[in-house]
Design a protein around this ligand. Structure first.
Ligand SMILES: Cc1cc2nc3c(=O)[nH]c(=O)nc-3n(C[C@H](O)[C@H](O)[C@H](O)COP(=O)(O)OP(=O)(O)OC[C@H]3O[C@@H](n4cnc5c(N)ncnc54)[C@H](O)[C@@H]3O)c2cc1C
Length: 465
């Protein structure tokens, strides 16, 4: 195995010194990510900040020659330990490859480097009347490379889908440094295998994405936000079915349970009704001329479904106030205990009510405080649990809770992750969630793309080596 100092010296032949970190205290920062409940004391040997595709290729050729583990990294905000450097090695940080290379209005496509921040991309295309809908809540910092590798979603999935629905083509540096272009920059493509889709959700285990061509859609002319309160969780969840029955398709249907309303209001008062069992935040968009009708029909369905209080946000300030309450839920829950952890399960929409009540029951039984939020229109729930990760008993309870969450989710026909990924966090349960033949072929693919298991080893599932 090559020594750290030799590794650093070799990398200095590929990149300028200013783009290499090797001091332990600097590299330590890159051994962790946004995940709270996984700790690793394995620190990467070197962190590099390439500025060109050729540099990434050279780094991979070097890593491949010496069998050095490589972890690609965007903003490091994933919540499943997908960037944790479990075997040390090299971290390739993409923050210096953050250029939007081309926005093509006629083709309605955008070509970006992997390190482009999702929020910046949204802003830039929006200036041209275009829209890139995938919107992870932390889009102001997370990168498109991370979104592709984690198959990220966000509140707007109900109407617009997730990152996977917008990737037309990719440039990927393979484990041996070869550059592969897959997909096209056309809106349709029936020319062979869609290899670009393979890299979506692959968490940097099959190749390093350096560039992406993404589909854009027309920006909706206007957006309106409605908040509805209910006296029962069932009424709130059933209202989603009623909306679909009545052909009402908002862009977002988000959920907060009573504990979330109370916790947010306690720490970030914003006028939430804390005596209600559930609230929905519903965003509708479209032409200005259609808004009044859309809102009227939505209000009728909500009232018939049992909504007791309906707030229609008419100004952008009012809209922002509603969303601030929802976005504050993680931070507010974090104030209840020294730590907070979150999860991400999804079930078919028809089973959402059973998932929400099951999560409450499981947490109550194990004595853990939970704020339940989620993109309920998608069947996707994020239980946010306040606990003390230094308290052995609570950690043990959380381990049991997680297992029961996944048992319940799978029983309800759902799966382990909707948008956060598997990483280290869920790999123990992965084999239960995917078909055994599919898993066998995933392992074969990993072996084919990365025969020496140097690309983000230990994530999603274990392979030999
Ligand atoms: C407060 C908060 C809110 C969040 N809200 C949401 C949400 O609403 N929806 C959602 O889907 N997620 C959400 N997340 C999770 C996270 O933001 C997403 O997973 C995000 O897409 C990660 O982007 P990143 O740039 O931080 O990637 P990183 O965490 O840096 O990396 C994630 C994975 O991608 C790989 N990777 C990164 N760049 C590349 C590349 N160029 N090539 C190959 N692999 C690469 C890494 O190796 C790792 O496996 C949230 C996280 C936080 C902390």
């Amino acid at each position: 195995m090559i020594t750290k100092s030799k590794m650093t010296a070799e990398l200095e032949n590929i990149l300028p010194k200013k783009n290499i970190l090797s001091a332990v205290e600097e590299c330590y920062v890159y051994s962790q990510d946004g995940t709270n409940d996984i700790e690793s004391d394995v620190i990467p040997d070197v962190v590099v900040f390439p500025e060109t595709v050729e540099e990434v290729q050279s780094i991979m050729r070097f890593a491949n020659a010496h069998k050095i583990p490589v972890v690609a990294r965007g903003a490091g905000t994933n919540l499943v330990g997908a960037c944790i450097t479990s075997r040390g090695g090299i971290v390739i940080n993409f923050t210096k490859m953050d250029n939007i290379l081309e926005i093509n209005k006629t083709n309605m496509t955008v070509r970006v480097q992997a390190g482009v921040v999702v929020g910046k991309l949204q802003e830039k295309v929006s200036e041209m009347g275009l829209f890139f809908p995938p919107d992870p809540s932390n889009l102001k910092v997370s990168t498109i490379g991370g979104a592709i590798a984690q198959s990220a979603g966000g509140p707007k999935t109900f109407k617009y889908g997730t990152t996977k629905d917008y990737v037309l083509g990719l440039k990927v540096v393979l484990a041996d440094g070869t550059l592969m272009e897959t997909g096209t920059n056309t809106i349709k493509n029936a020319t062979g295998y869609h290899l670009e889709q393979l890299f979506i959700g692959s968490e940097g285990t099959l190749g390093i994405v350096v560039e992406a061509v993404l589909k854009l859609i027309p920006k909706p002319e206007t957006t309106q936000v409605v908040m509805a309160y209910f006296n029962s969780v069932d009424e709130a969840t059933n209202s989603v079915t009623s909306m679909i029955d009545k052909n009402i398709y908002p862009s977002t249907i988000d959920f907060m349970n009573k504990n979330t309303l109370q916790t947010v209001e306690k720490f970030y008062p914003c006028g939430l009704l804390t005596n209600k069992e559930a609230a929905l935040i519903i965003e509708v968009d479209g032409f200005k001329i259609s808004m009044e009708t859309q809102i009227m029909r939505l209000e009728t369905v909500l009232r018939l479904s049992g909504a007791t209080d309906i707030i229609i946000a008419n100004t952008s300030e009012e809209q922002e106030k509603i969303w601030t309450g929802r976005r504050a839920s993680f931070g507010a829950t974090a104030k209840l205990s020294p730590d907070v952890v979150t999860n991400d399960m999804i079930v078919p929409r028809e089973n959402i009510s059973k998932l929400v009540s099951g999560i409450s029951e499981i947490c109550d039984r194990h004595g853990l405080v939970v704020s339940i939020v989620g993109h309920i229109g998608d069947g996707n729930i994020h239980p946010q649990i306040a606990l003390d990760l230094n308290n052995e008993n609570e950690v043990k309870n959380y381990e049991n809770v997680k297992k029961e969450f996944y048992d319940l989710t799978l029983r309800l026909g759902g799966t382990l992750s909707a948008e956060h990924g598997i990483g280290l966090e869920k790999k123990e349960y992965f084999a239960r969630a995917v078909d055994s033949v599919a898993l066998e072929y995933m392992k074969k693919m990993k072996q084919m793309f990365d025969p020496d298991n140097i690309l983000n080893p230990d994530k999603i599932f274990d392979v030999e080596g």
